[in-house]
Design a protein around this ligand. Sequence first.
Ligand SMILES: Cc1cc2nc3c(=O)[nH]c(=O)nc-3n(C[C@H](O)[C@H](O)[C@H](O)COP(=O)(O)O)c2cc1C
Length: 172
Amino acid sequence: MSQSSEQEIRINEDDFIVSKTDTKGKITYCNRIFMSIAGYSEKELLNQPHNIIRHPDMPRSVFRLLWNTLQEGKEFFGVIKNKTRQNNYYWALANVTPSYDEQGQLIGYYSVRRSPSRKAIEAVTALYQQMLAEEARHSSAQEAMDASHKILDDALKQSGKKYNEFVLSFEK
Ligand SMILES: Cc1cc2nc3c(=O)[nH]c(=O)nc-3n(C[C@H](O)[C@H](O)[C@H](O)COP(=O)(O)O)c2cc1C
């Protein structure tokens, strides 16, 4: 689990955090609010892999779901905990979509994030803790992700929702 000295930073209600990546997930654009909350300059972020803001409390299998969803050409909604340069964190309700050129070729991805509701944060915190603990129990990365994904799948079955519907169900 994360360090207790970490502070939670809240995204302002009216703010949108935007980034774009190439097809590999390297940052090609980010807006001012992204830079200000993450604590990095534009120069430090451009061309960096998006995992520069990855928080260790995030289960790997959530990112596998993100990439699998994008590779199917679909949009992803998720509640994601991100780390700032100062070792603080913020929760984001992220919408990630594939971008295509005029010929229909994939050119990259686009993400818009806003502040999730407290209820959404509470629901995923409990779930992600279980998933993370399960991932830590396996030495094989594949087994860890499969076992963690099963916890997510079981929770979703109980709620009768897909992951995107589940995370959006807490919003007004
Ligand atoms: C458009 C886009 C936005 C992303 N936003 C985030 C983000 O806010 N936080 C994050 O940890 N990963 C984000 N990712 C996923 C990262 O590319 C990466 O898969 C993730 O941080 C896990 O890193 P790892 O595979 O090195 O463990 C994003 C990916 C894309 C394509």
